[in-house]
Design a protein around this ligand. Sequence first.
Ligand SMILES: [Zn+2]
Length: 312
Amino acid sequence: MRLAALLPLAGVPLFGWGCEGHQAIALIARAHLSGAASQAVDRLLGENPIDPSLNRFCKDRPADPMADAATWADDIKNIEKTGEWHYIDIPLAIARETPDVSLWCAPVGPLLPGKDRTGCIVDAISYELAVLKDPWRNASDRARALRYIIHFVGDLHQPLHAEDNADRGGNCTSLAFFSEDRPSNLHAIWDFKLIEHELALNRQSQPRFAAALDERFSQHWAEWGQPKIDVVAWTWESHKIARDTAYAALNPPIPLERVDSQTDCSTERDRVAAEHIAIGSAYDDAAEPVIEEQLAKAGYRLAALLNQIFPQ
Ligand SMILES: [Zn+2]
């Protein structure tokens, strides 16, 4: 049902993980929060609720306040002009992982009339972490910062939010998705289509999906649940997955564009469409395990981050 509702939006660069992905990450994180962190998160979110008049895209609102908060940043992005905060456009052809990503990331800027706020996901996470940790900021600002962080840690683990191949992070591509009549794009396929496909295939509810992922990856908590927060390392990890799996597993693969090539969305879309690339079970087999690992990893890292911010 949600899939049908989303179809008219295919090709529009709106999301990072869909409702299911972001909510699963929050539910996995919740399961690993300390008692103190869990209480602090609920208090901050509960005492500073989301404006009830805000139009929420995810209509099946989860009972867990953290899972509900996880998709708020997408609902607010056109109002707060923070669309650029959800990704970083590191060219896919860049293989050398530099510790400084400022070449591809403008610093977070103020809200100016008629303009989008500058920034990218790496700076936006640092910026909102500083707000959340600042005891002198009012609780409403800190609650907003918490909602942004829950969302952006998720987005950063969606590999197509950490790359650009002269196609706006895979948005300007045209591919066939299983038997669907309308073409889709690689970004949407990674945001939500493969996850929706998996849930439909297994007739699995979203909370069960999250719990199953948590169980399957539980042995990784010791590694991914480390208090070490390295946003740049997480960025490069996603970028590499985009290159090695999201693009490379296509048949035929979309080649790497020159680092300085400009995006002309319709030209790129036509060029990819001419390749008649079809996403089917072979691609799904390569991508789905990677997506599931990224969801679990994001959940564990988010929990570790919040446990550090709200100590016992
Ligand atoms: Zn997003």
